[in-house]
Design a protein around this ligand. Structure first.
Ligand code: SIN
Ligand code: FE2
Length: 213
């Protein structure tokens, strides 16, 4: 059963769009998440990947879990090894998997077990253009997206690239979940405004927990 406990937080224009917004949902786990993030990024540092078209992404990325999302001149895919180190990606920390499971449950998706955590690092002006998350093997599982650090404007479009996106401000600790009929909605992030966050500095970290394999 879906719970609408948190729907008050969602702007009216986004009601019924398939997006669940859980304001501050990650805050009780903040310490563990940041420590685990530090451990993961020490083993697999952030890097700027290349799009298949040859553009350097403004967002720096890394991964944890059984595979990692990568892009290069050959395309987008999940890869079992970190191409920078040729080692497996760091294990998914329990804090990430547990947060993913709890947020998915709250949004009405039971028994979510993420196998990949894609970690995005935005500095001021970094952005992510509208895209669908469609490199996962099946689309039954939701996407759980955790925002940490500087606030950002999340863009939530429709099932067609040309659908005009709504703008949703996200801040430290917020979690959004989408799945079911909304699983392939186009989404992105507007250019990050400059600022300073007390724990993460001039950065926004986004963690997306996925069932990819
Ligand atoms: C993504 O779509 O992978 C990133 C979303 C975000 O940074 O909020
Ligand atoms: Fe995405």
């Amino acid at each position: 059963m879906r719970t609408d406990l948190f729907d008050d937080a969602l702007p009216a224009a986004l009601h019924g769009s398939g997006l669940t917004l859980l304001r501050g949902f990650a805050l009780p786990l903040e310490r563990a998440l940041l420590e685990d993030l530090e451990r993961v990024t020490r083993a697999a540092p952030f890097r700027h990947m290349m799009t298949p078209g040859g553009q350097r992404m403004s967002v720096a990325m890394t991964n944890c879990g059984e595979a990692g999302w990568v892009t290069d001149r050959c395309g987008y895919r999940y890869a079992a090894l970190d191409p920078e180190s040729a080692h497996p990606w760091p294990k998914m920390p329990d804090s990430f998997a547990e947060l993913g499971r709890m947020a998915a449950t709250r949004a009405g998706f039971d028994a979510f077990k993420p196998d990949v955590g894609l970690i995005n690092c935005y500095v001021p002006a970094a952005r992510m253009s509208l895209h669908q998350d469609r490199d996962e093997r099946d689309f039954d599982a939701p996407i759980v997206s955790v925002s940490l650090g500087l606030p950002a404007t999340f863009l939530w479009g429709g099932l067609k690239r040309s659908d005009r996106p709504r703008r949703l401000p996200l801040s430290h600790g917020d979690v959004v979940v989408w799945g079911g009929p909304a699983r392939l909605v186009f989404h992105g992030v507007a250019p990050l405004a400059d600022g300073y966050h007390e724990t993460l500095g001039r950065r926004r970290i986004n963690l997306t927990l996925r069932r990819a394999l």
